[in-house]
Write a protein that binds this ligand. Sequence first.
Ligand code: XLS
Ligand code: NI
Ligand code: NI
Length: 487
Amino acid sequence: MLATMKTARLLFFFFCFCLFHVALSEDEIIADRTCRAEPGVESDFGIHKEWEGEFFPGISKIKYEGPLSKNPLAFKWYNAEEEILGKKMKDWLRFSVAFWHTFRGSGADPFGAPTKNWPWEDGTNSLAMALRRMKANFEFLTKLGVEMWCFHDRDIAPDGKTLMESNANLDAVVALAKQLQEETGIHTLWGTAQLFMHPRYMHGAATSPDARVYAYAAAQVKKAMEVTHELGGENFVFWGGREGYQTLLNTDLKKELDHMAKFLQAAVNWKKTIGFNGTLLIEPKPQEPTKHQYDWDAATTMGFLQRYGLAGEFKLNIECNHATLSGHSCHHELEMSRIYGMLGNIDANTGDAQTGWDTDQFLTDIGEATLVMLTVIKNGGLAPGGFNFDAKLRRESVDVEDLFIGHISGMDTLARGLRNAAKLLQDGKLSELVAKRYETFNSKLGALIEEEEVSFEELEKKAHEWGEPPLSSGKQELAEMIFQSYL
Ligand code: XLS
Ligand code: NI
Ligand code: NI
């Protein structure tokens, strides 16, 4: 009898212990595991001490050396102050470094452990580590000559055990970032809220079926908007990390879309309340992590914004890798956004043609970069948006200098694209070819069709009069030849 009671009590304690651990979120467990690692205290990962000297001691400020240079740590095509079509290259390109890839990318994948072993990291997710990492970020930006950066709330500061603790962590890191911004003249292109990593967001954030999650996400976005404003951010991004579904069998599609619209409307209202004048951006992506993400592509997203009366309040952040995942080219997504007056920012990266997920590679294809820059020039630039390098090193690239080389390569590719696109537009042959294809619309009737309303009866009359239209060539090969001659 006694023995049975003892076993029952033991089982009860075991049950409570399990419950306690289940109640802890993954991040809290990480925080718990790393909370021993305070400055000056020995931890499993080594000794915390104040970082002395430079984070990138062997690397000096990256310079422009011109196309003949063979120096991997120099620009061959990006010459920040050089003017192209009356504007400095740095103003056309408005580069930004993505904190999450460059400073939080560990090289881990679903099959393997982290591979990066950056000397400034101590293996913890402590606040002390977050502050040190922020200093490394500003040294990196300064040496690279990039004047802007982007962040998620949870990648710059550790998640706490409560929302209040998370906010306090964020405030501490933001205070340092603000000070470093003032010292260096670097500023924030955009901030965003990370609404996909924590288990609470497994069903989505604004589209979660749980109103408590919806509220938590709102609180997180509210705070992220405030700190972005505090840092003088020029934009605020919404990437619907897990806003989508895995199966329609368990999903109320209409409810979720309605909720997402309400959430975005509340963000618009909060922007006005706090006096944030930055642009709100939505970043389309078709799938990953959910099977179907609601912001599938530019057209779907713009249709959604239109339907819910939000079109005037948002622009789009087009990511090239997301474009190809949705079955479009990056150029298509950019042009769609541009013609609707909705192009706000570009997440500059590229995918792998043989891989079906978001590989987030640095763009190195000069042809693609030229197409991207054709749109950007036609758009008159991207400001207050820019080119954010939402790109990461390959898992196997583990040298500190690789961080510089990846960005230099991406910057040079886009700079080369800018030079090519400017020449292509100045030369005018391609625009002439396009104009010629539509020249019949310069006729009296053509102009009427475009500017007035022409009825089917009138058009029918004209069709009889004109007879069978001659076949005119699309000149695709010629267009490709002209394009190619500028690469
Ligand atoms: C992920 C997205 C993400 C956004 C910011 O695929 O590209 O990194 O840019 O949340
Ligand atoms: Ni992105
Ligand atoms: Ni992406």
